[in-house]
Design a protein around this ligand. Structure first.
Ligand code: URA
Length: 201
């Protein structure tokens, strides 16, 4: 099955989800956006107010900042897929609980399996802990260092909402996204070279 159809089916399977208490206050399940075959996957924490209202991830203030960072780093939006650890808004934007995270994790795992990105950027502590299966992971210590999550290279960095609260995190995040751009560009040129070696594009 092609990835677009597989994501569509997964989203349909989530409709009306009642696996955790977040279903009680949500307006929309916020599934994901972007290219189903993207090489870059960005994983955030959970929808905020605007995301809940629109049903689309990262459309609020943090999302607008994220878009600026992506553009400044020269990463193409058309090669990006964005989603969150939990798909329903935690009331008041609190951190999702362990139970909520565990209830939603199979959907995230499936999204990753379908999209098969070449690299994943974990935005913030919760996304990093979830993707690395390491509840002891500390974002301030571990950000900016590539890790392996199964077959996927994962780069933990600060969540864009953290930058809005603390200007001091701008520089590290910028450096992290430059690392993402470097890795992405090397993946692109390796693919190009492979195609050339096969005698065509
Ligand atoms: N913060 C997140 O983690 N995800 C969103 O979609 C929006 C804000």
């Amino acid at each position: 099955m092609n990835p677009e159809q597989a994501l569509h089916d997964l989203q349909a399977a989530m409709a009306g989800c009642r696996r955790c208490g977040l279903c009680r206050n949500r307006r929309h399940i916020v599934f994901g956006k972007g290219n189903p075959q993207a090489r870059i996957m960005l994983v955030g924490e959970g929808p905020g107010r605007e995301e809940d209202a629109q049903g689309i991830p990262f459309v609020g203030q943090a999302g607008r900042l994220l878009d600026k960072i992506i553009a400044a780093a020269g990463l193409p939006q058309e090669d990006i897929y964005v989603c969150n650890v939990v798909k329903c808004r935690p009331p008041g934007n609190r951190l999702p609980t362990e139970e909520e995270t565990a209830a939603c994790k199979p959907f995230l795992r499936e999204q990753i399996r379908i999209v098969r990105p070449a690299l994943i950027v974990a935005l913030g502590a919760l996304a990093s802990q979830t993707l690395l299966n390491d509840s002891g992971f500390r974002i301030s210590k571990g950000r900016g260092q590539w890790r392996q999550g199964g077959i996927f290279p994962i780069l933990p960095t600060y969540h864009p909402a953290a930058l809005l609260r603390d200007e001091g995190k701008k520089r590290p995040v910028w450096e992290d996204f430059l690392q993402v751009a470097t890795k992405y560009n090397s993946i692109i040129s390796a693919n190009y070279k492979q195609n050339e070696d096969k005698g065509g594009l």
